[in-house]
Design a protein around this ligand. Structure first.
Ligand SMILES: Nc1ncnc2c1ncn2[C@@H]1O[C@H](COP(=O)(O)OP(=O)(O)OP(=O)(O)O)[C@@H](O)[C@H]1O
Ligand SMILES: [Mg+2]
Length: 283
């Protein structure tokens, strides 16, 4: 009955100077599920993504991806002295593993950003094709000199197919940043999919979208989950979207988990209502 766990966070703490942005967060993301991470502004959601994807080295804790430890850290030296989180010695002595975002991409984890980050001087097509190259087996030289023409053609065809799927094929030669906002978000998802991920992290994919676009996006997220066999971790403030598509929800506030459960359980959870759902949505 229970699905294998694709991603797990164990006791992740991220401290910036004296600020504990994430405090001892643990999560398990089962294969094929859409798991949501919600919480008020500044709760630490994006920081959690940054710890998973090698942007930040967490101060403490480990991240596992498909049974492999991909991130491991524990506070040492000055950090240990200033440490305000929990479980300071839980991973003491363990080898620190601090991958680059690029290594994380190659493992099969892709993300989109809260503030859209497309390659500005590239066209729509080039944005997706370049992402494909990042995951491709060929090295920089064969990519540059087109030594492997067959592989290059396959990547171009797959890029076109991804653009068609997103309804972006007719904009293929436009500059990515010339697209309307909603389409830029779609393009960011296409670019993430181009790296052939097993796990997709979406940071507020519906931000700035109107209700109709948000509804379409929820359908679309379910479709790509099924089509590509993805496991998805989603940060989102649009509660309709979250409650409609999440299989399971974690709620954090001031960096700490305050609740986890099924959507119906979260909606009626007193702590969550007080901390978050009770206040008006800001976006
Ligand atoms: N690089 C950094 N240096 C110092 N503090 C940081 C850094 N990154 C994040 N923080 C702090 O960590 C806390 C959590 O921020 P984070 O961006 O993760 O929140 P969030 O839950 O994604 O909020 P939002 O819903 O507004 O996007 C905030 O107090 C933020 O100021
Ligand atoms: Mg954020």
């Amino acid at each position: 009955m229970s699905r294998p766990v694709v991603l797990s966070l164990e006791n992740i703490t991220m401290q910036f100077g004296g600020v504990v942005a994430i405090n001892n967060l643990s999560m398990e993301i089962p294969e094929g599920n859409i798991t949501a991470l919600i919480g008020p502004n500044g709760a630490g959601k994006t920081t959690a993504f940054n710890c998973i994807t090698g942007v930040y080295q967490p101060t403490n804790g480990i991240v596992r991806f498909m049974d492999k430890v991909i991130v491991a850290s524990h506070p040492t030296g000055k950090d240990l002295k200033n440490y305000k989180g929990w479980n300071a010695d839980a991973y003491a002595g363990m080898k620190i593993i601090d991958p680059t975002p690029d290594q994380i991409t190659r493992l099969g984890i892709a993300r989109t950003f809260q503030n859209i980050r497309l390659w500005k001087s590239m066209t729509v097509f080039e944005n997706v094709l370049t992402a494909k190259h990042m995951r491709a087996k060929q090295n920089v030289f064969s990519a540059t000199f087109r030594a492997n023409a067959k592989e290059e053609k396959r990547m171009r065809d797959e890029t076109m197919a991804l653009l068609e799927e997103q309804g972006l094929d007719r904009f293929r030669d436009e500059l990515a940043t010339s697209l309307p906002y909603g389409l830029q978000r779609r393009l960011e998802i296409a670019r993430a999919l181009a790296t052939d991920p097993k796990l997709l992290l979406l940071d507020e994919p519906a931000a700035g979208m109107n209700p109709q676009e948000t509804l379409e996006l929820s359908e679309f997220i379910k479709q790509i989950r099924d089509k590509y066999g993805l496991t998805i971790l989603l940060i989102e403030h649009h509660m309709d979207l979250v409650m409609g598509i999440a299989d399971y929800i974690y709620v954090i506030d001031f960096g700490s988990e305050i609740a986890q459960g099924l959507p119906a359980e979260i909606q009626s959870n007193r702590k969550v209502i007080d901390a978050y759902l009770g206040v008006s949505e800001d976006e």
